[in-house]
Every structure is written in C-alpha cells, then in structure tokens.
Design a binder for this molecule. Structure first.
Ligand code: TYD
Length: 209
C-alpha cells in the first residue's frame, strides 16, 4: 500500500442523485476555509479521460469494452491526478470512483465482481477512498431530475428503470458493511447535504475546523 498524506473522498450514487452538485458545493466550502482541495471526476478527470468519457457516453459497447474503458480512465486518473494531489496533502473529492464500476458494470451489466475487483486493484495501485459519500435516491426521483435537466440523455440515462434498480441494489450491497461510508438521503437540498458532508469531514479530519 502506497503511503499518502492527503484524504480521498469519493461521491457515489446513480445518475440524477445530485453527486456532482454536492461535490462542487463541498469543494467551494472547503476552498472558502482555505483547505487545499481538488475536485475531480470519473470518467473524465484527465485529458485522455475526457476522450474516454465521450466514447462511453455516445456508444453502446459490449459490457467488457465498457468496463475496460472505465478502468483505463481510472488508471490515467489515479496516476495523473489522485496520487499527485494526495502526495501534496490535499483533500481530493472525486465525483465517482471504482464502486461505480462494481455497481454499474458488476450488478448492472452482470460482469463478474471478482474480475472487476482484480482489474480495479491493479489500476488503483493500492489507493482507496478514505471516505465514500453515498447519495441514496430512488430510481423514479432520479429519473425525473434527469428529464428536468433537459440535456441530451447519455447511453446510461437511456437505460431502463430495471437497470437502475439493479445498480441501486448493487450500491446498497457494496456499502452495507463498510465503515468509511456516509449514506445521505439525496432527496434533501444540496445545501443540507453539504452541511452533513462537512460535519462528517470535521469528525474525521482535524484541519477542517
Ligand atoms: P457522467 O456524465 O460523466 O457523470 P455523472 O452521470 O456521474 O454526472 O457519466 C458517467 C456515467 O458513467 C454514469 O452514467 C455512470 C457511468 N459509470 C459507469 O458505468 N462505471 C464507472 O466505473 C463509472 C466511473 C461511471
């Protein structure tokens, strides 16, 4: 395991759960407190990752190709963004990480979890989130939010509700027995959620005064 001095927080949840808004609010709050913080995302946290993100968004791929592209994106992200920021002692907020692969490609698409975990451990080089924020929401509420945004739907957002039900069940199983997870009720306002995340960071970190 590589030693690191920063603190890694991953935001997880289905599409429309509000992770991106929440992670941005938390970033703004920490930055206002003068705490060195990096906001990043998977897929698309690097230049190569943005190209990979465009491919997985626009094309219906085999589950295998889809997973390997997310793994390639993760590899670039870990090496190019996450490790350098953690080595600098920063708080790193990542909008999605490896548990999205377990939930979407594992529980959603049916890829063997052992295979996913093997590749994931390999690309993550021993790095694990210190805290995961799971934005818990039901599929119907999340889907309504996506439709209201009126953006063009991605490959994932065009999936049927059953797919999202499987992904939600996956997230529930993944986070059921883990201690470094804060489960938040993502139907609340972004500001209320941000307050809960900052309170949790205060409990876990001395410099978030
Ligand atoms: P994107 O628009 O980049 O972000 P988000 O929906 O989180 O705001 O879309 C990423 C999509 O990719 C999203 O539908 C979840 C999916 N995804 C996976 O299926 N597996 C993964 O490992 C990751 C990181 C994302």
């Amino acid at each position: 395991m590589k030693k690191k001095s920063g603190f890694l927080v991953a935001f997880e949840g289905i599409d429309g759960s509000g992770k991106s808004t929440l992670s941005r609010l938390v970033f703004n709050e920490l930055t206002a407190l003068s705490i060195p913080t990096v906001l990043t995302k998977e897929p698309g946290g690097t230049k190569i990752g943005q190209k990979i993100r465009a491919i997985v968004h626009e094309h219906v791929l085999t589950p295998q190709a889809e997973f390997l592209l997310f793994a390639a994106d993760r590899s670039e992200h870990i090496t190019g963004v996450i490790i350098p920021a953690l080595d600098d002692g920063k708080i790193v907020l990542s909008d999605r990480m490896a548990d999205s692969s377990r939930a979407y490609q594992g529980y959603g698409r049916g890829i063997d979890l052992k295979l996913i975990d093997g590749v994931t451990q390999w690309v993550m080089q021993g790095i694990k989130p210190d805290l995961i924020i799971y934005c818990k929401i039901d599929a119907a509420t999340a889907f309504n939010r996506i439709v209201q945004r009126k953006e063009e739907l991605t490959v994932f957002e065009r999936e049927k509700t059953q797919f999202f039900e499987r992904v939600i069940q996956g997230f529930e199983k993944i986070f059921d027995s883990q201690s470094a997870v804060l489960v938040v009720d993502a139907t609340q306002s972004p500001q209320a959620l941000c307050t809960q995340v900052i309170a949790e960071l205060r409990r876990r970190l001395e410099n978030v005064a």
